[in-house]
Design a protein around this ligand. Structure first.
Ligand code: HEM
Length: 539
């Protein structure tokens, strides 16, 4: 991060009240002197107040920062706003490497960045001191009238009816989340894997068709995002959502990704990014609500669950289910939307880098294929099942390693709800943002020798340092808010690359931007990962 420090000596150049205003050599009409005298006083007062505020701003920053690494002075009013507008990986790495804890201020919001595994885990596992917090635009997109209020005001429980619950905190979060866990059981994943397989094949066939026509490499960024969205919507809603609706949600969802900047125009006026994102959310919620309604009707006929909604409706009907209660269509839709919100960018990033890593390492791709041949017993059309995936340790090592090298989510903002004594010599001031970062944990050379190297083998040795230090693999978070979709996410990325590996060959067109990272909510290769596909064995 570049530090554009304002020269502290500049404050000395501000004229003192004794030398200002300068004396002019012309006479002032008498009717103006009174007004001039008043405005001069007003000017002095304003200047004094501004100066006092600027001094106060610096003092508060210095007081909160104490000995932590970080700029000695904060840029008045905006702090490191410029860095947050166009974040760069190099900038973040510099910040993380400046210390296990470091300080930064943006628009007078005091931020403590934690880069070590110890401190990052401590933040994630200290719910009585810190809780997740979303950037302002995310609150607006996720419906400010629900989850945001849910966290900040002690409303009676039944008033929480139409809120996205996954970002709740404390006991309410725990009990709500326990209910959602039933959507990711082994039984449920068994239903999803069939859907994922069908959707992945459908999209990969389309990728191949286009490639055969154009005979050129194409960036997979947007087509992979679409595959991912289609998969999520089918897994969540099955046949209760139409092709057209899935397409519309996908088209509009990009507006949501683009709105997830740290700082956005504060009002959602038409034309602003946040406005477009809110329109996209409204469209998505409309279709998801319809799907919830259709699922309830289908399950009432005694049909077998075919998607996440069906599974949920079925579980809720079970008289022995502890968290049994009614969920409105809108409530269900909002939970599904929060899953989309939590997963679309992270999953797309994970998937795109998995393709990039595999196409850059022919030897590793060959091993993935060899494993596929064995488990599929030579039948490459054979649909994958959970049991088959369980027999693919190499494939899972590839997925795990790909996301270690390029973690989709590098940090998660939390807020200190009270003074948080994070270390022996530093207490995070109450109401500061405190950000656990994952990158250094995942690139620690003492745990992952040659950390930049894509080396799936490191996960195959149970006694190796990678497997011996599972706490370092903090990619999905830790503690009460750890990602609820871990298994599902791993399974989906594994399934897509396994299917792609058996269906086609892919060649990476390396450009000067291939190894540069673009941060759009999550990490992406700057050139969108340009791949040339050909049907396998038919080059
Ligand atoms: C590669 C894909 C994914 C990555 C890297 C990822 C990463 C994360 C991370 C880092 C967190 C925050 C954890 C914390 O604060 O300790 C999180 C939370 C969450 N994730 Fe994921 N995630 C992924 C996929 C998914 C999927 C597929 C779903 C759902 C279908 C999902 C749903 C959620 C939810 C609901 C939360 C909030 C949990 C809570 O507050 O209790 N994620 N994820």
């Amino acid at each position: 991060m570049t530090v554009n420090l304002r020269d502290p000596s500049m404050s000395a150049a501000i004229p003192s009240s004794t030398s200002y205003p300068p004396v002019y050599n012309f006479s002032v009409p008498s009717f103006l002197t009174l007004a001039q005298g008043k405005s001069a006083t007003w000017l002095y007062t304003t200047a004094a107040i501004v100066l006092a505020l600027l001094v106060l701003e610096q003092s508060v920053y210095r007081y909160k920062k104490r000995h932590l690494p970080g700029a000695r002075w904060t840029i008045p009013l905006i702090g490191k706003f410029a860095d947050s507008v166009s974040p760069s990986m190099d900038g973040y790495i510099k910040q993380w490497n400046s210390g296990a804890l470091s300080a930064v201020s943006v628009f007078n919001i005091f931020i403590v960045m934690a880069s070590s595994n110890e401190f990052s885990r401590k933040i994630l596992n200290s719910p009585s001191y810190a809780e997740p917090c979303l950037v302002h635009s995310a609150k607006q997109v996720l419906r400010p009238d629900n989850w945001y209020v849910a966290i900040n005001s002690p409303l009676p429980h039944n008033n929480l009816a139409s809120r996205v619950r996954v970002f709740l905190t404390g006991k309410e979060h725990l009990s709500y989340r326990r209910g959602l866990n039933s959507l990711f059981t082994h039984r449920a994943l068994g239903i999803y894997v069939n859907i994922q397989e069908v959707i992945a094949r459908k999209h990969l066939v389309n990728w191949l068709d286009t490639a055969i026509k154009t005979k050129e490499a194409q960036p997979i960024m947007m087509i992979a995002r679409y595959m991912n969205m289609d998969t999520s919507l089918r897994v969540f809603c099955g046949k209760h959502i139409s092709e057209e609706a899935a397409l519309e949600i996908n088209d509009k969802y990009w507006a949501i990704t683009l709105a997830l900047e740290l700082v956005n125009f504060p009002f959602a006026f038409p034309g602003t990014k946040v406005y477009k994102a809110i329109q996209a959310r409204k469209a998505a919620l409309h279709y998801l609500e319809l799907a919830a309604n259709r699922s309830k009707k289908a399950m009432a006929t005694g049909a077998e669950p075919e998607c996440m909604l069906d599974e949920w409706v079925q579980v809720l009907k079970d008289p022995s289910y502890k968290g049994r209660r009614e969920f409105t269509d809108l409530e269900m839709a909002m939970v599904l939307f929060s899953f989309l919100f939590a997963s679309q960018d992270a999953m797309s990033s994970g998937l795109i880098y998995a393709f990039q890593h595999l196409s850059d390492h022919a030897d590793i791709l060959a091993k993935v294929r060899a494993e596929q041949d064995v488990v599929r017993q030579g039948n490459l059309e054979k649909p994958l099942t959970l049991e088959m995936l369980d027999q693919m340790p190499y494939l899972y090592a590839v997925v795990k390693e790909s996301m270690r090298v390029k973690p989709p989510v590098t940090m998660v903002p939390y807020k200190a709800t009270k003074a948080f004594p994070i270390s022996d010599d530093y207490t995070v001031p109450a109401n500061s943002i405190v950000i656990p970062s994952f990158y250094n944990s995942l690139h620690d050379p003492s745990i992952y020798p040659e950390p930049e190297k894509f080396n799936p083998e490191r996960w195959l040795d149970p006694a190796g340092s990678a497997n011996q230090n599972p706490k370092n693999y903090i990619l999905f978070g830790s503690g009460p808010h750890r990602c609820i979709g871990v298994e599902y996410a791993m399974m989906n990325i594994a399934l897509v690359i396994a299917t792609a590996a058996v269906m086609m060959d892919f060649e990476h067109e390396i450009t000067p931007q291939s190894n540069e990272v673009e941060i759009i909510a999550t990490l992406f290769p700057k050139d969108g990962c340009r791949l040339k596909f050909t049907p396998r064995n038919q080059q």
